[in-house]
Write a protein that binds this ligand. Structure first.
Ligand SMILES: *[C@@H]1O[C@H](CO)[C@@H](O)[C@H](O)[C@H]1NC(C)=O
Ligand SMILES: *[C@@H]1O[C@H](CO)[C@@H](O)[C@H](O)[C@H]1NC(C)=O
Ligand SMILES: *[C@@H]1O[C@H](CO)[C@@H](O)[C@H](O)[C@H]1NC(C)=O
Ligand SMILES: *[C@@H]1O[C@H](CO)[C@@H](O)[C@H](O)[C@H]1NC(C)=O
Ligand SMILES: *[C@@H]1O[C@H](CO)[C@@H](O)[C@H](O)[C@H]1NC(C)=O
Ligand SMILES: *[C@@H]1O[C@H](CO)[C@@H](O)[C@H](O)[C@H]1NC(C)=O
Ligand SMILES: *[C@@H]1O[C@H](CO)[C@@H](O)[C@H](O)[C@H]1NC(C)=O
Ligand SMILES: *[C@@H]1O[C@H](CO)[C@@H](O)[C@H](O)[C@H]1NC(C)=O
Ligand SMILES: *[C@@H]1O[C@H](CO)[C@@H](O)[C@H](O)[C@H]1NC(C)=O
Ligand SMILES: *[C@@H]1O[C@H](CO)[C@@H](O)[C@H](O)[C@H]1NC(C)=O
Ligand SMILES: *[C@@H]1O[C@H](CO)[C@@H](O)[C@H](O)[C@H]1NC(C)=O
Ligand SMILES: *[C@@H]1O[C@H](CO)[C@@H](O)[C@H](O)[C@H]1NC(C)=O
Length: 827
């Protein structure tokens, strides 16, 4: 999803000026010391996990919505605390918000919602007056934390409440250990919450205390965080309370409450069976309460989760954790992260320290999501033999940079996710677009999953079979998305019936066969056209020449919403929505941009009449990544295109945190002015990203933003659904991308790199502009882009020589466009 700025503008204003009291300054000091030590030692044996700052994007001004919780790579479990206020990932650094528990299920980076998961919270309590006085309800148990104490690193999270209780967590894929340290002399009490989750969507469930086995099991149904309110998912948890028999339960019982006087407790009772509170209102409040004998200072709880059953939740904890210690689980998690982070090794010695921190923190998030829920399937996916990932959270976000990055180094994991997309088509009829909480979420631009599976197919069709993917089946799924109109396209597929009929998605069209929210006609046409390009690319791989021609034609549909008569700020020609009779419906191109003069809804709301999704026409008019040459022509040729891009940025239309803007800084490449892309990317990285809490300019969107930053730092930019990567200008003097499946290592060296070029503007005389590109000793065809098949697929060295001579061009080889003969054959 995009940023929730439309919903939250007033909140944002209120927060400006607050000072950070979280995380602990010691966390940053540790990271800085680790980078400095690595720079000094010049060793190749580097602990990359020590460079990761999980708190980047946990601020409360830019809404990064990053989850800093303990997780393994692609973990279904991400343990962090749940806070009051706007905190979609559970945690938020804002010290003015209170903690109401720690819980095992979270998503990272998602926006536009009141939160996701947060089920099965546990909250440690001090109850000076004993069991009956414990503050169990949501409002009563909220507690501030001590300032400057939050900490996290890969595989570990901790937070200390202002009553002195320290909470720590580590995890495996489906289980975790939670360690609580109490002030000396206190009896430790705990609340375990049956009903509450972040979006307050409880729809009934049960809780059982088994005192003989020191075990609490929970199961129930909850609602979607970004999808139809009528959809529900099931989830289960199993808490083991005895820490391998070393902790002895004292009192136990159940509680129920509300904010209006209900605060009932049943000492010794062991069962709760609640149905959905159909009258509505505030969240249902109920759960378990227990304490331990002997005032132990430290208590460890083991939690397992499942989307199948409580039995499976208990079995997951037994299998993945068993009697292993907190430290053993933490070290195992760290080792898994080290493996992921080692996939791209950079020259730490000569890279500015803050670039190193940004780089590895982003690479960490690039393997944090989606959540691997394989063998934890429900509904139509129950017992599927395919891999299964939850929290895809909008393919519209991730196809642009997340999967193109994964293409470079992780085909095995990529194939698993592609399998999951194809399985979505098998089970529900169309590939998933925005699966969240195991449920179909809202569609944003159409079936952007098409561009994800196409990305895989064009890069790995030779290995697809060995990686478990049947390319013909993948193609059948694509063709369904491209041809079959779902009865409702709010959650899957596209409104292809009218799109095919008119060549664009018409505004105010009579559609007698399907339903969906009749908005975003301009951006849906542009996205549908690019999705068609993805299908075309796979048709080409499969040698289906008729389909190649057909989908090539359809991929030009973006031209059908180009209105050459519309002007704005002196520039002519803009994308506009259009009636079915062909007449354009004028909307001001600045509408829904930061410079809009009127306030209006711009997201999924029915009154978003603008024609574009979370964007202005100014922003979406750049969008035809497969055929930018035609946009250059439509906009009046190279010089005007470059001037118009400058005006887009300098005039305040660019939105650093919005996906449709991701590719605009490198647009100059297509106008044969690549040096301006170099300057623009420096501008964006220096001004809109950092290693601070506010380090990303909007929702991370399942690491869409993290992977965008990674590409900028690597000096590359992907053309999705192709094998091409634009060459910009690396922020790092040397790096190696390891692809263990292909058994290739590709080292990019930047000859004449200067750390002084990591600045905006780039100082005069400092080399940063590309003079030449050499691939394994031979001159590259273009200094503006490379092909995966010539580089990362074969391994070796790419040498980029940079100079301070600014005004270079791409020679005759600007990055390819379909209409000028580009993408002519599959590799
Ligand atoms: C670091 O090690 C590399 C080889 O691994 C060597 O070429 C280089 O000179 C060393 N640099 C320093 C500052 O010691
Ligand atoms: C924690 O920091 C916040 C914000 O700076 C401040 O308002 C609050 O008083 C601090 N709390 C303590 C216990 O120092
Ligand atoms: C909970 O109650 C419902 C009906 O009130 C019943 O159908 C169900 O079996 C009960 N579940 C458990 C686990 O007791
Ligand atoms: C768990 O308990 C068993 C039986 O008391 C003991 O043999 C084992 O060492 C314990 N494991 C740990 C990690 O403490
Ligand atoms: C899935 O498998 C389990 C165990 O074999 C079985 O109980 C359940 O009915 C199956 N569910 C579906 C939907 O096939
Ligand atoms: C997902 O989990 C399954 C089952 O444990 C495992 O085989 C697979 O490698 C995991 N995939 C990723 C990307 O972590
Ligand atoms: C593609 O478009 C061209 C030019 O408009 C047209 O001649 C051709 O018939 C179209 N092909 C298909 C398969 O639609
Ligand atoms: C097309 O339809 C719109 C909306 O009904 C109308 O305003 C416009 O005049 C029509 N254009 C033509 C050419 O009939
Ligand atoms: C890194 O820190 C330096 C010094 O504070 C600053 O000038 C530079 O802009 C930072 N780089 C990035 C990429 O944020
Ligand atoms: C990006 O940086 C520019 C220039 O400093 C600034 O105007 C803009 O507000 C920033 N955008 C975001 C989303 O941080
Ligand atoms: C690639 O790099 C890895 C890790 O440094 C090394 O073990 C492997 O031998 C290298 N492979 C090739 C083909 O150079
Ligand atoms: C590196 O930069 C220096 C000074 O700008 C220049 O003289 C030299 O030719 C450059 N080296 C290469 C390989 O371009």
């Amino acid at each position: 999803m995009g940023s929730p700025r439309w919903l939250l503008a007033s909140v944002a204003a209120a927060c400006i000026g607050a000072t950070y009291a979280q995380p602990a300054p010691a966390a940053q000091a540790r990271i800085s010391a680790a980078i400095e030590a690595a720079q000094k030692s010049n060793s190749t044996d580097i602990d990359y996990t020590a460079f990761v700052n999980p708190f980047i994007g946990t601020d409360y001004t830019n809404y990064g919505d990053v989850c800093p919780g303990a997780s393994v790579p692609f973990g279904m479990v991400k343990i962090t605390t749940d806070l009051t206020g706007y905190a979609p990932a559970g945690y938020i650094a804002d010290p003015t918000q209170k903690i109401r528990g720690m819980s095992p299920l979270h998503d990272s980076g998602t926006g536009s919602s009141l939160g996701s998961y947060g089920n099965f919270e546990v909250m440690p309590l001090l109850c000076p007056g004993g069991f009956d006085t414990c503050t169990t309800t949501l409002a009563a148990r909220e507690t501030y934390r001590m300032n400057d104490t939050d900490d996290a690193y890969p595989g570990y999270f901790s937070l200390t409440l202002d009553n002195g209780i320290k909470m720590e967590a580590t995890s495996t894929r489906r289980a975790g250990l939670e360690r609580f340290t109490f002030p000396q002399g206190w009896k430790p009490y705990f609340v375990i919450d049956l009903a509450n989750d972040l979006p307050a969507s409880f729809a009934g469930g049960t809780l059982n205390i088994d005192p003989a086995n020191s075990r609490i099991t929970i199961g129930g149904h909850w609602g979607s965080s970004f999808g139809p309110g009528s959809y529900q998912y099931q989830a289960f948890a199993c808490y083991d309370l005895s820490n391998n028999g070393t902790q002895k339960l004292s009192e136990y019982g159940i509680w129920t409450g509300d904010g209006y006087g209900l605060d009932a407790k049943g000492l010794g009772q062991t069962h709760l069976n609640l149905s959905q509170n159909v009258i509505g209102g505030p969240p249902y409040e109920s759960g378990a309460l227990f304490s331990y004998d002997g005032n132990p200072e430290q208590v460890i709880l083991r939690v397992g989760v499942s989307f199948v059953s409580t039995d499976q939740a208990c079995a997951n904890a037994e299998e993945e954790i068993g009697t292993m210690s907190f430290q053993e689980i933490q070290l195992a998690s760290k080792a898994l992260w080290q493996e992921k982070l080692s996939k791209i090794e950079i020259d730490v010695v000569n890279t500015p320290a803050n670039v190193t921190e940004m780089f590895y923190s982003s690479l960490y998030r690039a393997s944090l999501t989606p959540n691997n829920a394989t063998l934890e399937t429900q509904g139509a996916f129950a017992n599927t033999t395919s891999f299964y990932f939850d929290s895809l959270y909008c393919s519209w976000d991730t196809f642009r940079t997340f999967y193109p990055l994964m293409s470079l180094h992780s085909p095995v994991e990529f194939a698993q996710i592609v399998d999951n997309y194809i399985d979505g088509w098998r089970k529900l009829g169309w590939m998933p677009e925005c699966r969240s909480n195991n449920l179909p979420g809202w569609t944003q631009g159409g079936s952007s999953g098409d561009n994800i599976v196409a990305q895989f197919a064009v890069n790995y069709h030779n290995e697809a079979k060995a990686l478990g993917i049947d390319i013909n089946e993948l193609y059948a799924a694509l063709v369904t998305d491209g041809q079959v109109n779902p009865p409702e396209w709010n959650t899957m597929g596209r409104q292809v019936n009218v799109y095919k009929q008119f060549g664009y998605v018409p505004f105010a069209v009579l559609d007698t066969q399907s339903t969906g929210r009749q908005t975003r006609e301009g951006s849906r046409t542009l996205e549908y056209a690019f999705e068609d390009f993805g299908i075309r690319q796979v048709a080409q791989v499969l040698g289906k020449s008729d389909d190649v021609e057909y989908y090539t034609n359809r991929s030009y549909s973006y031209r059908n919403v180009w209105d050459p008569t519309v002007s704005s700020d002196g520039f002519k020609g803009f994308m506009q929505k259009r009636y079915s009779n062909g007449t354009f419906y004028y909307t001001d191109p600045i509408g829904c941009s930061p410079r809009a003069t009127t306030t209006q809804d711009c997201s999924l709301q029915q009154d978003n009449t603008n024609g574009f999704y979370e964007s202005s026409s100014w922003e979406y008019s750049w969008y035809a990544p497969h055929d930018t040459a035609t946009l250059v022509e439509l906009m009046g040729g190279n010089p005007t295109f470059g001037e118009r891009l400058d005006h887009f940025f300098d005039g305040g239309y660019y939105l650093a945190g919005n996906e449709p803007s991701f590719q605009t800084p490198v647009g100059y490449h297509y106008a044969n002015q690549p040096w301006r892309s170099v300057d623009r990317v420096r501008d964006v990285v220096i001004n809109n990203f950092s290693s601070d809490l506010v380090g990303i300019p909007g929702n991370d969107d399942q690491a869409a933003m993290a992977t965008l930053l990674l590409f900028h730092l690597l000096g590359l930019y992907p053309v999705p659904s192709t094998t091409h990567y634009l060459i910009v200008s690396p922020f790092i003097p040397k790096y190696t991308i390891h692809n263990t499946y292909l058994k290739t290592n590709t080292t990019v060296t930047v000859t004449n790199y200067s750390a002084e070029s990591v600045a905006y503007p780039i100082p005069n005389g400092v080399p940063a502009y590309v003079k030449s590109v050499t691939i394994n000793g031979l001159p590259a065809k273009s200094r503006c882009y490379v092909d995966f098949y010539d580089t990362f697929r074969v391994g070796g060295t790419i040498e980029i020589v940079v100079t301070d001579e600014k005004t270079y061009d791409c020679g005759g080889n600007v990055p390819e466009s379909l209409s000028t003969g580009g993408f002519a054959s599959a590799r």
